[in-house]
Design a binder for this molecule. Structure first.
Ligand code: ATP
Ligand code: MG
Length: 251
């Protein structure tokens, strides 16, 4: 079976630093796959290579078997790989709905954006409304984004990714900076999304990872330490020593 998304020997160097070192991983359709590892392990850099936000140094990124490594981020987005960022990325002075509509519009072909026919406008608005509903934010459509609680702003970011109609959701630390209640709401949302999307999730909160993911990959110093079903990785001695064992609370 061809994985939906696959990397082969994917690498990225920043000068002398090898941030991602020959990482080969498979992401299967409708699987929730978490990438964990200590700070600086190369997790964000790895997903930046997947989504075209950084040029790779070597290797391949295969989407349905076709190499997409080196494509610009907006092209990767139109191929159905949507991503959120480690830091918040909403337009704070725009309403929740406007933020979502802008995201939905980014998926339209350029010609459609230029002419703005009424039908395209309606379609974009519908897509934005559907994405808000899927992210549990229907009741917040008219709010100025910057005035919402932090947890809701992060929910909005998920809605903005959904508005681009992705098949694969790439989420970089969606729980970062959240309190306990906000985290619980986000975990519930991500579990729900995991039923309908292929999820690639970077997260330090191991309770959340175990609640959401079926597959776990561990990166350390740019390399892939281990990958496999969550239970296998949980029981792995190498992973225990490198990450989950003593001192894991620090992450
Ligand atoms: N644009 C860049 N230029 C130079 N070095 C970079 C750049 N981006 C990342 N790095 C370096 O690459 C390494 C991997 O960073 P990366 O952000 O991918 O780690 P991470 O696993 O996402 O860490 P964290 O858990 O803290 O988010 C780090 O040593 C980092 O300093
Ligand atoms: Mg990171």
């Amino acid at each position: 079976m061809t994985p939906l998304l696959e990397t082969r020997g994917l690498s990225k160097s920043f000068g002398g630093l090898v941030a991602v070192n020959a990482v080969s991983l498979c992401f299967n359709e409708r699987e929730a796959h978490a990438i964990i590892g200590p700070n600086g392990a190369g997790k964000s850099t790895f997903v930046n290579l997947l989504t075209g936000h950084l040029p790779h140094s070597d290797g391949h990124v295969l989407l349905n078997g076709a190499d997409i490594a080196g494509l610009a981020a907006h092209k990767v987005s139109r191929l159905g790989i949507g991503r959120s960022y480690q830091k918040t990325n909403v337009f704070p002075s725009f309403t929740v709905f406007e933020n979502c509509r802008l995201a939905a519009q980014s998926r339209l072909p350029t010609s459609m954006r230029f002419f703005r026919p009424a039908s395209a406008y309606a379609e974009v608005s519908e897509r934005a409304a559907a994405a808000l509903a899927a992210a549990g934010l229907s009741g917040r459509a008219g709010r100025i984004a910057g005035t919402m609680a932090y947890g809701e702003q992060r929910q909005l970011e998920i809605a903005m990714v959904l508005a681009t109609e992705p098949r694969i959701l790439v989420l970089d630390e969606p729980l970062a900076g959240m309190g306990r209640e906000e985290s619980e709401a986000m975990v519930a949302l991500l579990k729900d999304l995991a039923r309908r999307y292929t999820l690639i999730l970077i997260e330090h909160d191991m309770d959340a990872v175990f609640a959401i993911a079926q597959v776990l990959s561990v990166m350390v110093n740019g390399t892939l330490l281990e990958t496999g079903p969550v239970e296998q990785i949980r029981a792995s001695r190498a992973v225990q020593d490198a990450y989950l064992g003593d001192g894991a609370e620090a992450y």
